[in-house]
Ligand binder design. Sequence first.
Ligand code: 16G
Ligand code: MG
Length: 545
Amino acid sequence: MASNKMILEASAKHPQPGTAFQYGTAGFRMKADLLDSVVFRVGLLAALRSRKLNGQTIGVMITASHNPPVDNGVKLVDPMGEMLEGSWEPHATLLANAKTDQELLDTYNWLAREVKANTDAPAHVIFARDTRASGPRLVECLTDALKAAGAEYTDYKILTTPQLHYLVRCVNTKGTQYEYGEASEEGYYKKLGEAFKTAMTHRKTSGSVTVDCANGVGGPKLRELIKYLPRGAEGGVDIKVVNDDVVNPDILNSNCGADYVKTQQRAPPSSKANPMDRCCSLDGDADRVVYYFIDESNTFRLLDGDRIATLAASFIRDLARGAGLLDELNIGVVQTAYANGASTNFVTQNLKLPVVCTSTGVKHLHHAAMRFDVGVYFEANGHGTVIFSDRALRTLDKYEPKSPAQHDALKILRALTDLINQAVGDALSDMLLVEVILAHKSITVNEWLNTYIDLPNRLVRVEVPDRNNFTTVEGTAERRLASPAKVQQLIDELVGKYKQGRAFARASGTEDAVRVYAEASTRAEADDLASKVAGIVRSQAASTA
Ligand code: 16G
Ligand code: MG
């Protein structure tokens, strides 16, 4: 039973450090030293959220993903394993910013009345953390809150972010017609392992895949998953695990991992890969993956989230056609404005599938993907998954194949619905999906790359005095600026001068900067466009400061 006195006493152990916090695209994230009170308060909110949702289980993940080891973060997971509902983000911010213990208690009780949650009703919370040194301390802050709020909880210790999302969905669907899987870490491996085996029937991967685990939680979890997967010789896959040292927490995300590879456009310096070897990198909490290889002329070649999306969309479309279900299933692709224009053209013109563009951040893409029967969504940075609607699952379930070929295609499609994490983008599951597709299409990474040619592009980070001066026009998926005045007009006039030119600027949701993206038909033009748009942003930022 929760009591005001218990919350006050527990809160006194975790005072607010006088910092202003904001629940952003990836929850709260910053220097771990500053997070004790934040995590405590997130615990209170998790209990409230569970109570609001009739005692359904809410997840709390403690991680700072690809950030440096001194950082940490915390985010909430809703009952079906999706991100916290947007309307609750301001509640998290409000609790995190209460200055004193009494103000926190008052805000908590006010919030409970506001959302109509009974603070004495049952509450269930499960949580996990990545491998950061600050994790155990932050877990104590969390459990202090859950005890004080009278919530029942389970500590799943160290997990990848997508594993926690999986567990939340399993717990909440247990015993229903939507039962997602066994609510245990082992259940996760078993589900992926069996689906992979089925999807690989009569296929084999060529060579091996080297997986850089960013020295994060993905390393030990991938080693565990491998025990459930058939090897290459058995019609499975040979996986070489590298950068999986989690004993020394200081090397997490250091010169390796998906973020390094994507932003530096190079393989980790530690890589021993030979030309044409298939490689991929996970990020620190294993919810992002990008592929790459070094080509025969020793040039680094990246296969990012756009490439995974086009590969998956083309495979699924072919399977749906093979099964005789192409007209039954509404398949679509969701991207952000950062997707290379060539990938968008490939999907609409070659695959003849619709593309939807949304704002940056997984929750926006996930939401848009839910409007399709099969929604393929990826950010260029490697966050993404494929989600199947209930209608799609029912269609696949009851369909009677009319030929052996249809039977085979249907079998693979059904296996994909289990292989692909339906709750959230999952690097381990996405990596297995790519391996399955490459085996089925019997193509190399080079052939995958040559499916279409990317437009040259450039991303520039512009530091500005106040990024909040840069707002976007609603409904444009952050592709057009509403303010500062005139800035969009200047960008438009400029873009018109470049062949296949496209450029946009938006305020980052995670740091104090404006990001500029530009693409054009040649490298020189893309670079020139990006630097000129950055120049416009800089001068407009200065004039509004
Ligand atoms: C967060 C988002 C990521 C997005 C990035 C954009 C999640 C889990 N993470 O890391 O999807 O690409 O922010 O950062 O949604 P930016 O706003 O600084 O460009
Ligand atoms: Mg991540």
